[in-house]
Design a protein around this ligand. Structure first.
Ligand SMILES: [Zn+2]
Length: 362
């Protein structure tokens, strides 16, 4: 049994809504692929999906993880007239919300709806260039009363995401909902498939939860698996559009990459400065696999790897790896599957290159 292409898997997983804390449908789809490969898996109480391919116990064990959840909203209030107010969950870009299609995930099923945008004919000149805070926005699902909305299963606490979509663009590129991080989930599945039957270290594959919520969902899995090395797969900010050129050199279609620096000071005060031995490992692996390796360094974004690095009595050697992506956290993000294939090859090559020569001491 072989899996579909990384592009097909990405699209398939993007079409399943999975707000932070509500990842079970995405998890079930990934678990079904692991079942098809014959790989055993389990979940912890938070919902982290874990699968281990045992290897040489003399080598440092590796945990590779990627988050299943996506940002979105929670219903905060249903108005008497049936319109719905939202609370935000995760880094929601408020200026890109009006006129977006969303889905309300009720116990009775998924309901389409839209975030209302004031009728253009009634928009005043000073309103035209103003971003409304999410608290001023409302969702129209077609209901004419609160009673009607509640009968359909929409209540305070109902999870809401962008309406899942996938568009096939030129050059095989894909635009879709939550490329961050379903593309990572797809790449990790392909990596698990590629590692089957290969010698090397023990590798733990984890599809994690609640990254967009609080960056700590993976911690129980990291505690249970106690890896020596942790690698996290997520987006790298593509900088090849006019609005991003000053931020770096990462280009869409330019291959996978590594993060040399991440930091977020607002509230979290954390980030990752990668372990130098892992940077060397990936630089060497890229050369031997003939894969280009892009480099990224950014403040303003971070992943749950920031917290994993401090675990245990010796800490964990960490590196963020990723794929270029455009338009992060918007309803439609863009990825090039060629970068995802390159990422799988890079990771597979790096894992095979972990030998007793790899020293994690400083
Ligand atoms: Zn992400």
């Amino acid at each position: 049994m072989t899996l579909h292409s990384v592009a097909d898997l990405t699209i398939q997983l993007m079409l399943i809504p999975g707000l932070s804390g509500y990842e079970s449908r995405v998890s079930a789809a990934i678990a079904a692929h692991l079942d098809a490969l014959g790989l055993p898996h389990n979940s912890d109480r938070l919902g982290n999906l874990r699968c281990t391919i045992p290897g040489d116990p003399a080598l440092p064990s590796v945990m590779i993880f990627t988050h299943m959840d996506q940002l979105g909203f929670i219903v905060r209030k249903v108005e008497a007239n049936g319109l719905i107010r939202l609370e935000r969950l995760g880094g929601v870009p408020e200026r890109a919300l009006p006129a977006q299609a969303v889905v309300l995930c009720t116990d009775h099923g998924d309901l389409p709806a839209l975030i209302a945008n004031k009728s253009h004919h009634a928009t005043t000149p000073d309103e035209k260039y103003k971003v409304l805070p999410y608290t001023d926005l409302f969702v129209d699902a077609g209901f004419t009363s609160k009673t009607e909305a509640e009968a359909a299963g929409v209540r305070i606490g109902t999870p809401v995401t962008y309406l899942p979509r996938a568009l096939a663009l030129a050059n095989g590129r894909i635009a879709g909902t939550s490329v961050d991080d379903r593309a990572g989930c797809a790449a990790l599945l392909k990596l698990a498939e590629a590692r089957m039957g290969k010698p090397g270290p023990t590798v733990h594959f984890v599809w994690s939860v609640q990254e967009e919520f609080n960056l700590r969902g993976v911690l129980p899995a990291a505690t249970a698996l106690a890896p020596a090395i942790a690698l996290q797969i997520d987006l790298l900010l593509a900088c090849d559009t006019p609005d991003m050129t000053a931020r770096g050199d990462v280009t869409l279609g330019g291959g996978p990459g590594i993060s040399l620096y991440s930091f977020h000071g607002r509230g979290t005060l954390n980030g990752v400065i990668p372990h130098p031995a892992l940077v060397r490992l990936f630089e060497t692996a890229a050369t031997s696999a003939n894969v280009p390796l892009q480099r990224s360094a950014h403040t303003g974004a971070l992943t749950d790897l920031s917290y994993v690095q401090f675990m245990g009595s010796e800490g964990v050697a960490c590196l963020d790896v990723g794929f270029p992506m455009r338009y992060s956290h918007s309803a439609l993000e863009v990825v090039d599957p060629a970068d995802l294939n390159g990422l799988v090859l890079l990771l597979d090559t790096a894992l095979s290159a972990i030998t007793s020569d790899l020293k994690l001491t400083r």
